[in-house]
Design a protein. Structure first.
Length: 414
């Protein structure tokens, strides 16, 4: 594969032609203007903490786009082709966050600000939700963060996925009481129970075992560990090696923890959007009586403006950060064409992502990344269930491809 094809494979399009440079400059201006205006309005309406959350989200989007870091794509690569570089990048990020987060969370505060971990129980709802999320990720060809990143890349297909995710999460919030009543077995935090040092050692040991497993499976299939041949790296225009992306994401996730007091999450924003839309449209559903909104914290979220919702602000920032990264690289392009089959997969996959993320107590960010970096074993259990769901999703996509005449699945967006 030559350099141009390598770039096209990784980022989905080649750099703009010279006559499109003016368009790239214009789109860069749009991205910067939107980011600056929204950050200013956030600062004015909610304060500096929320404005910083927006900008951290933009940094996360920029790093994801530059490095090609993702979740659903590496899971599929491991399942189908036994290529483990993407999963080892995920594990590398978790290793860094383990070393950074565990001492901070064990201390309980930083710079006078309280810090909160994300520890959830392992039960029926988590297993079912994670499985559905993994299935949806392969149907939609993206995880939750990847779907919003692809929106920033100008892909209409992922606008459909994102809207469907919000609908699925809203439906999940309506069913939340039933899922909460299902059996739960254990809730365990390495940090809370064993302390920071023992927790770090244990988590790093497990991460090392998983990394070794990916190396073994890759070598068994290919006879060697595959390497990626990439073009020259540039910090602003990209592309970045995965190692740069891992480091940048670790620093930005740490910034999110220190600024907002909690690890980065996504999924809780989606039922909030749905609930506010239901209320604004005057639909005859009294969501205040749904079990999901029964807690005081969630009721406050429902009553407050979206200017005060950190996950929403970070999602908006992520979309604009991806857009900015794409325009600076000369690879931003609105992609409005979509086939009927792609639309069906986008809707179905998005609904499963949203519903599974809500009932499974989080997505690839809030359950897996935040859970593991908080020392909660539910993060690892979530990954196992989501991986089984991804395997089912790969099988479904392959079967659909054979039925439709051997069409290959489209590349994943994350």
């Amino acid at each position: 594969m030559n350099r141009a094809l390598a770039i096209r494979s990784r980022f989905g399009s080649t750099p703009s032609k010279p006559d499109c440079v003016a368009c790239d400059v214009a789109w860069t201006g749009v991205a910067l203007t939107l980011l600056g205006c929204i950050a200013w309005q956030t600062w004015q309406n909610a304060g500096v903490t929320f404005a910083l959350a927006l900008l951290i989200g933009a940094g996360l989007g920029f790093a994801l786009r530059r490095s090609g870091f993702g979740f659903a794509g590496p899971w599929r690569a491991m399942l189908v082709e036994r290529r483990g570089a993407g999963m080892r990048a995920q594990l590398g990020l978790l290793a860094l966050l383990t070393v950074i987060f565990f001492p901070l969370l064990a201390n309980g505060e930083a710079f006078g600000k309280p810090l909160f971990d994300i520890v959830r129980p392992v039960g029926v709802s988590l297993l079912a939700g994670a499985f559905l999320f993994g299935l949806g990720a392969q149907l939609a060809s993206a995880c939750s963060s990847g779907s919003f990143a692809a929106v920033g890349n100008g892909k209409i297909r992922y606008v459909i996925v994102a809207i469907s995710m919000a609908i699925g999460a809203t439906i999940g919030s309506a069913h939340f009481g039933w899922w909460e009543s299902q059996p739960r077995w254990i809730s365990f935090s390495l940090v809370r129970e064993w302390g920071a040092l023992a927790g770090v050692v244990t988590n790093l040991a497990f991460i090392g075992l998983l990394a070794a497993l990916t190396l073994r499976l890759e070598k068994a299939r290919h006879g060697r560990i595959l390497t990626q041949h990439e073009s020259m790296h540039h910090w602003l225009k990209g592309p970045w090696p995965l190692s740069w992306g891992v480091i940048a994401l670790a620093l930005l996730c740490t910034a999110a923890l220190l600024v907002t007091g909690r690890p980065w999450t996504i999924i809780t924003a989606l039922p909030l959007w749905g609930a506010k839309l239901i209320e604004g449209a005057g639909l005859p559903w009294d969501i205040a009586f749904w079990d999901y909104w029964g807690s005081d914290t969630r009721m406050m979220m429902l009553e407050d403006s979206l200017w005060f919702d950190v996950p929403t602000l970070m999602i908006v920032g992520l979309v604009l950060g991806v857009m900015l990264a794409a325009t600076l690289a000369g690879r931003y392009k609105l992609q409005w064409k979509i086939t009927t089959g792609e639309a069906v997969r986008a809707v179905t996959g998005g609904l499963l992502l949203g519903y599974g993320g809500l009932v499974g107590l989080g997505c690839n960010i809030g359950a897996f990344l935040a859970g593991v970096s908080s020392g909660s074993i539910h993060g690892w259990v979530w990954l196992a269930a989501a991986f089984f769901g991804s395997a089912a999703g790969v099988a479904v996509v392959a079967l659909a491809g054979r039925i439709l005449g051997g069409r290959r699945a489209s590349a994943t967006a994350c």
